[in-house]
Design a protein around this ligand. Structure first.
Ligand code: NAD
Length: 364
């Protein structure tokens, strides 16, 4: 308990790539998965980084996650694309789905991408950033099925839906500039952060979790009771966050056809994401120059608010991630030893020895 290893991003990518390849993935898939997971750690979202790899590899071994898949086009209605992720690695399915949507939005000005049946697609900001890098505004609504619910409805005392993330990304206003990326779970915290707290032996913040009777608790272990009744995470922002979570569940689960959580329909116990994305070309709405000026001016305006006591500066969404990325690129990525040991074990399960994993990570 309590130990940490520090690993350089490129070494971490090499270690992850090695294990993913050993699981049967091709080079492209291994590169996309390792790039995506390490970027999550770089941006400070350890919950969606390499700590997910053991779950992914177990799912590969148990054939719940299918390697080397691409999204299938179920139907193509011009500005609406219906895709099936074939339970492939979400890091590949998400990437390819956004590529298809971006290409289409270039022609039509807008594309609604409906993606169902993908294995875990990780940090949703990744997909917003991909659209923003191509110059597009995008909104993404994601639900989670195939796994028991985690989040209680406002006023309820047990979990009924998952952490249902929402992301909206606005492209940079100048070449080399940075996008605005709001990327958030609709729960008080993401489930992966509860796992990270448990692995580190830490408590979570008050008013984040409830036990199985609806009483407040700060103990992350309440979410991991083997076989027993579990607690639940609360929605962010009381009734408002709860309301948004319901909307996200319906847009991502019902509009895509991927399904919603209800009545114990999660028996397959495989994390499955459905995502509804709306990708918009700002140049086709009101003019690219107006958009650029308004966004730049408004961001400057809000950031000019004098910082409140105890706060360094006002930030906009996406900045905390970029700041953490700069620090972790320079100093390396801290990984708690529980998580690292789980990764070593995941490697072993597909024939990669601990020495090989440690050597790839520069820890030999
Ligand atoms: P978070 O609370 O750390 O950040 C949420 C947003 O707030 C971010 O856009 C961030 O840039 C912004 N932010 C943070 N501090 C700020 C500040 N001081 N000023 C201005 N903006 C600030 O994120 P989270 O809710 O814990 O979500 C973590 C990750 O989990 C996300 O990447 C999300 O996509 C992912 N997630 C994925 C799934 C899935 O099923 N694939 C499910 C849930 C969450």
């Amino acid at each position: 308990m309590g130990g940490t290893v520090i690993v350089k991003a490129e070494n971490l990518r090499a270690a992850v790539r090695h294990i993913v390849l050993a699981g049967g993935s091709n080079e492209r898939e291994a590169a996309l998965v390792s790039e995506n997971l390490v970027l999550a750690n770089l941006t400070g979202h350890d919950s969606h980084g390499i700590g997910m790899l053991p779950q992914y590899i177990l799912a590969v071994v148990e054939k719940r996650l299918q390697v080397n898949q691409a999204p299938t086009v179920i139907s193509d209605h011009g500005a609406i694309l219906n895709l099936d992720g074939n339970m492939g690695y979400g890091q590949v399915i998400g990437h390819d789905a956004m590529e298809l949507g971006i290409r289409r939005a270039r022609e039509t000005g807008v594309c609604v991408v409906s993606l169902r049946n993908s294995h875990h697609i990780g940090r949703i900001g990744h997909w917003g950033e991909q659209c923003a890098a191509a110059g597009f505004v995008s909104m993404h609504y994601v639900n989670v099925v195939g796994r028991p619910p985690l989040v209680a409805p406002h006023g309820g005392s047990d979990a009924r839906f998952a952490t249902n993330p929402y992301c909206c990304a606005l492209p940079a206003t100048e070449p080399g500039g940075e996008p605005v990326v709001l990327d958030m779970a609709t729960s008080k915290i993401a489930m992966g952060k509860v796992r990270v707290a448990m692995n580190k032996g830490e408590q979570v913040a008050p008013e984040t979790l409830i036990d199985n009777k609806g009483n407040p608790t700060t103990d992350p272990n309440i979410m991991f009771q083997p076989g027993g009744p579990k607690g639940a995470i609360l929605a962010f922002g009381a009734h408002k966050g709860y309301g948004l979570a319901v909307i996200v569940e319906m847009l991502a689960g019902a509009l895509t056809g991927g399904g919603t959580l209800h009545d114990h329909n999660w028996a397959r116990n495989t994390i499955t994401n459905n995502m509804l994305s709306v990708i918009i070309d700002p140049a086709k709405l009101g003019g690219a120059e107006t958009w650029r000026q308004e966004l730049a001016t408004f961001v400057k305006w809000v950031k000019a608010s004098p910082a409140a006591p105890g706060v360094d500066q006002v930030l906009v969404a996406g900045e905390p991630e970029r700041n953490t990325k700069a620090k972790r690129l320079a100093e390396g990525i801290p990984i708690d030893t529980n998580t690292w040991n789980e990764i070593i074990a995941a490697g072993k399960s597909v024939g990669v020895g601990p020495d090989q994993t440690n050597a790839a990570a520069g820890l030999a």
